[in-house]
Design a binder for this molecule. Structure first.
Ligand code: ATP
Ligand code: MG
Length: 242
């Protein structure tokens, strides 16, 4: 039985006369990971930012948990979270202080316990008291993920979560996310420019190009529909078609 957690209808975002996201519709089912794939500038981050309520759509509707985002903003935002390698956060706070701020913003009750848990999960003991601006890229990524996971979201939006990570940490992060998803029933929206990672993480993929959906389906379905061997082949074929 289908049980959509996210429902997007006719979503459009224009910046001036430039259309970044062009009339897209899709759903994410409970427990599903939907991969958003597409070349640079395709509209992936813009789509995610609209789903997070960070920017206002020009047109269309967004529903999460059966509620309209515009009308039930606070209820919805409490139950979702976001992580990106390109996120910015208070750099003059320590790792632990940053986690504490996030916990307070979300009104968590067992703050110290949750902080200890994510510090353990993401192996951050040695950087707990370190200033955020002194973190390496990989350490920063772990912190942004820890902040997102700490609030126990029902939907997690991950915009290039493994970009600029070394292969060992990237592997650990993906393993953690898969395990976490399997045990919590979490739904995710995921972007990456690494095709192998998209195949590995996504139950289904939406292919965006110049703001439009040009393909939807499982990796196998998309590969077959375009008569290619791999997702990378499909990507190259679509990206080179003008
Ligand atoms: N605030 C803004 N004002 C004007 N144009 C914008 C704004 N934000 C995004 N755009 C434009 O919208 C388009 C889509 O950008 P977006 O960041 O969503 O792409 P993306 O698919 O995430 O790309 P990438 O793979 O490079 O991260 C781009 O052409 C970008 O320049
Ligand atoms: Mg982007």
């Amino acid at each position: 039985m289908s049980n959509p957690i996210v429902e997007v209808k006719n979503l459009t975002k224009r910046f001036g006369d430039f259309t970044a996201v062009d009339n897209i519709s899709f759903e994410i089912q409970e427990g599903e990971t939907l991969g958003l794939l597409g070349p640079n500038g395709a509209g992936k981050t813009t789509t995610i930012h609209m789903l997070l309520g960070l920017i206002t759509p020009t047109n269309g509707t967004i529903r999460l948990f059966g509620l309209d985002l515009e009308q039930h903003r606070e209820t919805i935002l409490r139950q979702i979270n976001f992580s990106s390698t390109y996120i910015s956060m208070p750099f003059s706070l320590t790792v632990e202080e940053n986690l504490r701020v996030m916990a307070k913003l979300y009104g968590l009750s067992d703050v110290s316990q949750r902080i200890d848990e994510v510090i353990k999960t993401f192996e951050m003991h040695d950087i707990r008291k370190k200033l955020t601006r002194k973190l390496s890229t990989g350490q920063m990524t772990r912190l942004t993920l820890a902040k997102a996971v700490m609030t126990e979201p029902r939907v997690l939006f991950l915009d290039e979560p493994t970009a600029s990570l070394d292969p060992d940490i990237a592997y650990k992060i993906k393993a953690f996310l898969k395990e976490y998803r399997n045990t919590s029933g979490l739904s995710m929206m995921y972007t990456s420019h690494n095709m192998q990672e998209m195949e590995e993480m996504s139950d289904r993929i939406i292919f965006l190009q110049r703001g439009k959906i040009v393909a939807v389906g499982t990796v196998e379905e998309i590969v077959e529909r375009f008569g290619q061997r791999t997702l990378e082949d499909v990507f190259l074929k679509l990206a080179r078609e003008e």
